[in-house]
Write a protein that binds this ligand. Structure first.
Ligand code: DQA
Length: 142
């Protein structure tokens, strides 16, 4: 069982950026939390973060044939990127969309999610625990 966890732009700034929305844990804290969770569950996990849309598309494409499931938080590209939507559709790998904040209670422009159209589930507003819930859903609950 291999899971790829992808984080988009500015998620490397966790702990620094807007703590009221995203909390105080850093990206490294998030990586450690996910790795520990997966170790306990015997899941092979790879984490990837990029601020660049094309790099996110490349990573999703490279998952084809190499990864069983994907957890993705595309950051602001959630609301703009048809390319990321098409990439997830292309590889046809079960994918869960995660947002740390409760996007549905924020600005109008955050109400659109393109990637959601290709995802089996969306988790919002559960902080970084949302990533673990996504992993559990993909490995136990599908
Ligand atoms: C986010 C929500 C997005 O609207 C925002 O652009 C982010 C983070 C979240 O995790 O809550 O960068 O995806």
């Amino acid at each position: 069982m291999k899971i790829l966890v992808i984080n988009g732009p500015n998620l490397n700034m966790l702990g620094i950026r807007e703590p009221d929305h995203y909390g105080k844990e850093t990206y490294q804290d998030l990586v450690a939390k996910i790795e520990n969770h997966c170790k306990q569950k015997n899941i092979d996990v790879e984490l990837f973060q990029s601020n660049h849309e094309g790099d996110l598309v490349d990573k999703i494409q490279q998952a084809y044939g190499n990864t069983d499931d994907i957890v993705i938080n595309p950051g602001a590209y959630t609301h703009t990127s048809i390319a990321i939507l098409d990439a997830v559709k292309s590889v046809n790998i079960p994918t869960v969309e995660v947002h740390i904040s409760k996007v549905e209670e924020r600005e109008d422009f955050r109400q659109i999610s393109y990637v959601r159209l290709a995802c089996v589930k969306t988790i919002t507003g559960h902080g970084t625990d949302g990533y673990l819930e996504a992993i559990d859903f993909l490995t136990e609950g599908k």
